[in-house]
Design a protein around this ligand. Structure first.
Ligand SMILES: [Fe+2]
Length: 350
Protein backbone atom coordinates (compact mmCIF):
# COMPACT_ATOMS: atom_id res chain seq x y z
CA UNK A 1 0.00 0.00 0.00
CA UNK A 2 1.18 3.52 -0.80
CA UNK A 3 -0.03 6.17 1.63
CA UNK A 4 1.10 9.72 0.96
CA UNK A 5 0.07 12.59 3.18
CA UNK A 6 -0.34 16.16 1.91
CA UNK A 7 -0.42 19.21 4.13
CA UNK A 8 -2.07 22.53 3.36
CA UNK A 9 -1.85 24.65 6.51
CA UNK A 10 -3.54 22.53 9.16
CA UNK A 11 -5.47 20.42 6.64
CA UNK A 12 -4.20 16.94 5.81
CA UNK A 13 -5.22 14.95 2.75
CA UNK A 14 -4.14 11.57 1.43
CA UNK A 15 -3.30 9.54 -1.61
CA UNK A 16 -3.93 5.84 -0.88
CA UNK A 17 -2.82 3.48 -3.61
CA UNK A 18 -2.33 -0.16 -4.46
CA UNK A 19 1.10 -0.58 -6.05
CA UNK A 20 0.31 -3.96 -7.51
CA UNK A 21 -2.72 -2.77 -9.52
CA UNK A 22 -1.67 0.84 -10.00
CA UNK A 23 -4.98 2.08 -8.53
CA UNK A 24 -5.48 4.89 -6.04
CA UNK A 25 -7.96 7.11 -4.23
CA UNK A 26 -7.61 10.66 -2.90
CA UNK A 27 -9.12 11.42 0.49
CA UNK A 28 -10.14 14.95 1.58
CA UNK A 29 -8.53 16.81 -1.35
CA UNK A 30 -7.92 20.50 -0.77
CA UNK A 31 -8.44 22.97 -3.58
CA UNK A 32 -4.95 24.50 -3.34
CA UNK A 33 -3.27 21.10 -3.96
CA UNK A 34 -5.13 19.91 -7.07
CA UNK A 35 -1.99 19.86 -9.23
CA UNK A 36 0.05 18.07 -6.54
CA UNK A 37 -2.37 15.15 -6.23
CA UNK A 38 -2.24 14.49 -9.93
CA UNK A 39 1.54 14.85 -10.00
CA UNK A 40 1.94 12.45 -7.02
CA UNK A 41 -0.34 9.82 -8.56
CA UNK A 42 1.63 10.02 -11.80
CA UNK A 43 4.94 9.81 -9.95
CA UNK A 44 3.86 6.59 -8.20
CA UNK A 45 2.43 5.20 -11.44
CA UNK A 46 -1.09 5.22 -10.02
CA UNK A 47 -4.42 5.88 -11.69
CA UNK A 48 -7.05 7.55 -9.53
CA UNK A 49 -10.40 5.81 -9.13
CA UNK A 50 -12.27 7.71 -6.43
CA UNK A 51 -12.30 11.02 -4.62
CA UNK A 52 -13.53 10.79 -1.03
CA UNK A 53 -14.51 13.52 1.41
CA UNK A 54 -14.72 12.16 4.95
CA UNK A 55 -17.36 14.81 5.77
CA UNK A 56 -18.73 18.22 4.80
CA UNK A 57 -15.78 20.48 5.59
CA UNK A 58 -16.52 23.85 7.16
CA UNK A 59 -12.98 25.15 7.29
CA UNK A 60 -11.44 24.57 3.88
CA UNK A 61 -12.44 24.20 0.27
CA UNK A 62 -12.90 20.65 -0.94
CA UNK A 63 -11.36 19.87 -4.33
CA UNK A 64 -13.63 16.89 -4.96
CA UNK A 65 -15.95 18.67 -7.34
CA UNK A 66 -13.12 20.25 -9.32
CA UNK A 67 -11.04 17.07 -9.57
CA UNK A 68 -14.13 15.04 -10.43
CA UNK A 69 -14.79 17.33 -13.40
CA UNK A 70 -11.15 17.40 -14.55
CA UNK A 71 -10.48 13.68 -14.17
CA UNK A 72 -13.98 12.24 -14.64
CA UNK A 73 -13.86 10.50 -11.27
CA UNK A 74 -16.73 9.69 -8.92
CA UNK A 75 -17.04 11.60 -5.64
CA UNK A 76 -17.71 9.42 -2.61
CA UNK A 77 -19.32 10.67 0.60
CA UNK A 78 -21.60 9.39 3.31
CA UNK A 79 -25.26 9.21 2.31
CA UNK A 80 -26.10 12.02 4.79
CA UNK A 81 -23.94 14.51 2.83
CA UNK A 82 -25.95 17.49 1.58
CA UNK A 83 -23.69 17.97 -1.48
CA UNK A 84 -25.64 17.43 -4.72
CA UNK A 85 -22.55 16.39 -6.72
CA UNK A 86 -21.81 13.20 -4.76
CA UNK A 87 -21.79 10.22 -7.17
CA UNK A 88 -21.46 7.33 -4.73
CA UNK A 89 -23.18 7.65 -1.37
CA UNK A 90 -21.83 5.10 1.08
CA UNK A 91 -22.85 3.89 4.52
CA UNK A 92 -21.42 2.03 7.46
CA UNK A 93 -20.12 -1.45 6.72
CA UNK A 94 -19.55 -0.85 2.99
CA UNK A 95 -16.18 -0.74 1.30
CA UNK A 96 -14.43 0.76 -1.70
CA UNK A 97 -12.22 -1.52 -3.75
CA UNK A 98 -8.96 0.09 -4.87
CA UNK A 99 -6.83 -2.55 -6.58
CA UNK A 100 -6.15 -5.16 -3.91
CA UNK A 101 -7.06 -2.74 -1.11
CA UNK A 102 -10.40 -2.63 0.69
CA UNK A 103 -11.27 0.75 2.22
CA UNK A 104 -13.89 0.02 4.86
CA UNK A 105 -16.40 2.73 5.65
CA UNK A 106 -17.16 3.42 9.30
CA UNK A 107 -19.99 5.90 9.82
CA UNK A 108 -18.78 8.02 12.73
CA UNK A 109 -21.20 10.96 13.20
CA UNK A 110 -20.47 13.62 15.79
CA UNK A 111 -18.14 16.19 14.21
CA UNK A 112 -20.79 16.26 11.45
CA UNK A 113 -23.72 13.97 10.73
CA UNK A 114 -22.02 12.76 7.54
CA UNK A 115 -18.59 11.94 9.02
CA UNK A 116 -16.94 8.69 8.00
CA UNK A 117 -13.61 7.05 8.77
CA UNK A 118 -11.85 4.75 6.29
CA UNK A 119 -10.02 1.70 7.60
CA UNK A 120 -7.49 0.15 5.24
CA UNK A 121 -4.98 -2.52 6.22
CA UNK A 122 -3.41 -1.43 9.53
CA UNK A 123 -4.37 2.25 9.07
CA UNK A 124 -7.46 4.34 9.60
CA UNK A 125 -8.13 7.72 8.00
CA UNK A 126 -10.15 9.38 10.74
CA UNK A 127 -11.31 12.60 9.06
CA UNK A 128 -12.17 15.03 11.85
CA UNK A 129 -13.60 12.35 14.12
CA UNK A 130 -10.28 11.63 15.87
CA UNK A 131 -7.30 13.97 15.66
CA UNK A 132 -3.85 13.62 17.21
CA UNK A 133 -4.34 14.70 20.83
CA UNK A 134 -7.79 16.06 20.08
CA UNK A 135 -11.08 15.32 18.36
CA UNK A 136 -13.10 17.19 15.77
CA UNK A 137 -15.23 19.98 17.21
CA UNK A 138 -18.96 19.43 17.62
CA UNK A 139 -20.25 23.02 17.61
CA UNK A 140 -20.54 23.51 13.83
CA UNK A 141 -23.65 22.64 11.76
CA UNK A 142 -24.84 19.02 12.30
CA UNK A 143 -22.25 18.49 15.09
CA UNK A 144 -23.31 16.42 18.12
CA UNK A 145 -21.02 15.71 21.08
CA UNK A 146 -23.02 12.70 22.27
CA UNK A 147 -22.81 11.05 18.86
CA UNK A 148 -19.08 11.79 18.69
CA UNK A 149 -18.64 9.99 22.02
CA UNK A 150 -20.51 6.98 20.63
CA UNK A 151 -18.45 7.02 17.42
CA UNK A 152 -15.16 7.25 19.31
CA UNK A 153 -15.75 4.84 22.15
CA UNK A 154 -18.20 2.55 20.37
CA UNK A 155 -16.35 2.28 17.04
CA UNK A 156 -12.95 3.86 16.47
CA UNK A 157 -11.24 3.05 19.75
CA UNK A 158 -12.23 -0.59 19.34
CA UNK A 159 -9.84 -0.93 16.41
CA UNK A 160 -6.61 -2.74 17.32
CA UNK A 161 -4.37 -0.42 19.37
CA UNK A 162 -1.53 -0.61 16.85
CA UNK A 163 -3.78 0.79 14.07
CA UNK A 164 -2.16 3.92 12.64
CA UNK A 165 -4.35 7.03 12.81
CA UNK A 166 -4.23 9.55 9.95
CA UNK A 167 -6.44 12.57 10.69
CA UNK A 168 -7.76 15.29 8.36
CA UNK A 169 -6.31 18.03 10.56
CA UNK A 170 -3.20 18.72 12.53
CA UNK A 171 -1.81 22.09 13.49
CA UNK A 172 1.42 20.89 15.12
CA UNK A 173 3.34 19.21 12.29
CA UNK A 174 2.48 15.72 13.55
CA UNK A 175 1.65 13.30 10.77
CA UNK A 176 0.16 10.23 12.44
CA UNK A 177 -0.51 8.45 15.71
CA UNK A 178 -2.01 5.12 16.79
CA UNK A 179 -5.33 4.14 18.32
CA UNK A 180 -3.46 2.90 21.41
CA UNK A 181 -1.51 6.13 21.86
CA UNK A 182 -4.65 8.24 21.49
CA UNK A 183 -6.63 6.03 23.86
CA UNK A 184 -3.88 6.44 26.45
CA UNK A 185 -2.88 10.07 25.98
CA UNK A 186 -5.49 12.09 24.09
CA UNK A 187 -6.87 14.52 26.73
CA UNK A 188 -10.39 14.44 25.28
CA UNK A 189 -10.55 10.68 25.64
CA UNK A 190 -9.69 10.64 29.34
CA UNK A 191 -13.27 11.46 30.35
CA UNK A 192 -15.53 9.57 32.69
CA UNK A 193 -18.48 8.67 30.47
CA UNK A 194 -20.69 10.20 27.81
CA UNK A 195 -22.08 13.11 29.86
CA UNK A 196 -18.59 14.22 30.90
CA UNK A 197 -17.48 14.13 27.26
CA UNK A 198 -20.49 16.25 26.20
CA UNK A 199 -19.73 18.74 29.00
CA UNK A 200 -16.08 18.88 27.92
CA UNK A 201 -16.99 19.53 24.26
CA UNK A 202 -19.58 22.16 25.27
CA UNK A 203 -16.97 24.01 27.34
CA UNK A 204 -14.44 24.43 24.51
CA UNK A 205 -15.76 27.77 23.19
CA UNK A 206 -13.82 27.60 19.92
CA UNK A 207 -13.75 30.50 17.53
CA UNK A 208 -15.53 29.99 14.23
CA UNK A 209 -13.17 28.88 11.43
CA UNK A 210 -12.16 31.47 8.83
CA UNK A 211 -14.37 31.38 5.74
CA UNK A 212 -16.98 29.21 7.53
CA UNK A 213 -19.96 30.38 5.52
CA UNK A 214 -18.03 30.47 2.25
CA UNK A 215 -16.66 26.94 2.80
CA UNK A 216 -20.09 25.56 3.62
CA UNK A 217 -21.60 27.31 0.60
CA UNK A 218 -18.95 25.88 -1.71
CA UNK A 219 -18.73 22.39 -0.21
CA UNK A 220 -22.49 21.90 0.11
CA UNK A 221 -23.40 23.28 -3.32
CA UNK A 222 -20.38 22.43 -5.46
CA UNK A 223 -20.06 26.12 -6.28
CA UNK A 224 -16.79 27.99 -6.44
CA UNK A 225 -14.84 29.91 -3.82
CA UNK A 226 -13.75 33.48 -4.42
CA UNK A 227 -10.09 32.37 -4.57
CA UNK A 228 -11.00 29.74 -7.16
CA UNK A 229 -12.87 32.30 -9.24
CA UNK A 230 -9.81 34.57 -9.25
CA UNK A 231 -7.42 31.66 -10.01
CA UNK A 232 -9.57 30.58 -12.95
CA UNK A 233 -9.65 34.16 -14.28
CA UNK A 234 -5.86 34.40 -13.84
CA UNK A 235 -5.44 31.25 -15.96
CA UNK A 236 -7.17 33.01 -18.86
CA UNK A 237 -5.12 36.19 -19.04
CA UNK A 238 -1.62 37.68 -19.06
CA UNK A 239 -0.22 40.28 -16.68
CA UNK A 240 2.18 43.22 -16.88
CA UNK A 241 4.60 44.05 -14.06
CA UNK A 242 4.23 47.43 -12.37
CA UNK A 243 7.66 48.72 -13.45
CA UNK A 244 6.90 47.79 -17.07
CA UNK A 245 3.63 49.75 -16.98
CA UNK A 246 5.47 52.70 -15.47
CA UNK A 247 8.21 52.51 -18.11
CA UNK A 248 5.64 52.50 -20.91
CA UNK A 249 3.48 55.35 -19.64
CA UNK A 250 6.58 57.41 -18.83
CA UNK A 251 7.98 56.91 -22.35
CA UNK A 252 4.73 57.49 -24.28
CA UNK A 253 6.80 57.13 -27.46
CA UNK A 254 4.88 54.59 -29.48
CA UNK A 255 1.57 56.32 -30.11
CA UNK A 256 0.36 53.69 -32.57
CA UNK A 257 0.53 51.01 -29.90
CA UNK A 258 -0.10 53.12 -26.81
CA UNK A 259 -1.10 51.31 -23.69
CA UNK A 260 -4.41 52.40 -22.16
CA UNK A 261 -4.37 52.13 -18.38
CA UNK A 262 -7.83 51.37 -17.02
CA UNK A 263 -8.72 51.91 -13.35
CA UNK A 264 -11.73 49.81 -12.28
CA UNK A 265 -11.94 50.98 -8.65
CA UNK A 266 -14.80 53.08 -7.27
CA UNK A 267 -14.98 56.78 -8.20
CA UNK A 268 -13.79 58.13 -4.83
CA UNK A 269 -10.70 55.88 -4.89
CA UNK A 270 -9.90 57.07 -8.43
CA UNK A 271 -10.38 60.73 -7.47
CA UNK A 272 -8.08 60.26 -4.44
CA UNK A 273 -5.23 59.32 -6.75
CA UNK A 274 -4.58 57.04 -9.72
CA UNK A 275 -1.93 56.02 -12.22
CA UNK A 276 -1.17 59.09 -14.39
CA UNK A 277 -3.35 59.18 -17.48
CA UNK A 278 -5.54 56.24 -16.35
CA UNK A 279 -9.04 56.01 -17.72
CA UNK A 280 -11.75 55.09 -15.24
CA UNK A 281 -14.74 52.76 -15.34
CA UNK A 282 -15.80 51.19 -12.01
CA UNK A 283 -15.94 47.39 -12.15
CA UNK A 284 -19.70 47.47 -11.47
CA UNK A 285 -20.32 49.44 -14.68
CA UNK A 286 -17.66 47.90 -16.88
CA UNK A 287 -19.83 45.74 -19.16
CA UNK A 288 -22.28 48.60 -19.74
CA UNK A 289 -19.79 51.43 -20.33
CA UNK A 290 -16.68 49.87 -21.79
CA UNK A 291 -17.68 50.29 -25.46
CA UNK A 292 -18.15 54.01 -24.98
CA UNK A 293 -14.90 54.53 -23.08
CA UNK A 294 -12.80 52.14 -25.21
CA UNK A 295 -14.38 51.95 -28.68
CA UNK A 296 -11.45 49.98 -30.17
CA UNK A 297 -11.55 46.35 -28.98
CA UNK A 298 -8.01 45.84 -30.32
CA UNK A 299 -6.69 48.53 -28.02
CA UNK A 300 -3.98 47.34 -25.67
CA UNK A 301 -5.46 47.80 -22.20
CA UNK A 302 -3.88 47.19 -18.80
CA UNK A 303 -6.48 46.94 -16.04
CA UNK A 304 -5.81 47.66 -12.38
CA UNK A 305 -7.64 47.87 -9.06
CA UNK A 306 -6.47 48.27 -5.46
CA UNK A 307 -5.05 44.77 -4.81
CA UNK A 308 -5.06 42.96 -8.16
CA UNK A 309 -8.04 40.67 -7.60
CA UNK A 310 -10.94 42.63 -9.08
CA UNK A 311 -8.70 43.62 -12.01
CA UNK A 312 -8.00 39.92 -12.71
CA UNK A 313 -11.73 39.17 -12.85
CA UNK A 314 -12.39 42.32 -14.92
CA UNK A 315 -9.63 41.48 -17.43
CA UNK A 316 -10.93 37.93 -17.93
CA UNK A 317 -14.39 39.40 -18.55
CA UNK A 318 -12.98 41.94 -21.06
CA UNK A 319 -11.17 39.14 -22.92
CA UNK A 320 -14.38 37.15 -22.89
CA UNK A 321 -16.34 39.91 -24.61
CA UNK A 322 -13.67 40.51 -27.26
CA UNK A 323 -11.01 42.84 -25.87
CA UNK A 324 -8.37 40.35 -26.88
CA UNK A 325 -5.42 42.51 -25.82
CA UNK A 326 -6.67 43.25 -22.29
CA UNK A 327 -4.12 42.37 -19.61
CA UNK A 328 -4.05 42.93 -15.85
CA UNK A 329 -1.52 44.78 -13.74
CA UNK A 330 0.56 42.26 -11.75
CA UNK A 331 -0.22 43.75 -8.35
CA UNK A 332 -2.52 46.62 -7.50
CA UNK A 333 -2.59 50.36 -6.96
CA UNK A 334 -1.60 49.79 -3.31
CA UNK A 335 1.74 48.47 -4.57
CA UNK A 336 2.07 51.28 -7.10
CA UNK A 337 1.54 53.76 -4.26
CA UNK A 338 3.95 52.04 -1.86
CA UNK A 339 6.59 51.87 -4.60
CA UNK A 340 6.58 55.69 -4.67
CA UNK A 341 5.58 55.88 -8.34
CA UNK A 342 3.87 59.07 -9.58
CA UNK A 343 0.20 59.49 -8.78
CA UNK A 344 -2.26 61.81 -10.47
CA UNK A 345 -5.36 63.26 -8.80
CA UNK A 346 -8.11 64.25 -11.18
CA UNK A 347 -11.82 63.75 -10.61
CA UNK A 348 -13.54 60.63 -11.91
CA UNK A 349 -15.25 60.91 -15.27
CA UNK A 350 -19.00 61.34 -14.75
FE1 LIG B 1 -14.09 19.16 9.57
Amino acid sequence: MILEQFRSGGCLSYLVGCERHGSAVIVDPEIALVDRYQAAAAQHGLRLHYLVDTHTHADHFSACRKLAGQLRLPVVMHRASPAPFVDIRVDDGECLIVGALRLQVLHTPGHTADSICLAVEDCVLTGDTLLIGATGRTDLPTGDAGLLYDSLFGRLLRLPPETRVYPAHNYRDQSSSTIGAERAGNPRLQVDGRDAFIALMDSLNLKAPDHLTEALRVNCSGGRSVAQLIAEAADQIAFMPIDEVYRRIAARDDASDALVVLDVRESDAYADGHIPGARHVPRGQLELRVDRVLPDPLQRIVVYCEYGKISTLATAMLRGIGFSRAIALDGGFSQWRSSGLPIESTPAEP
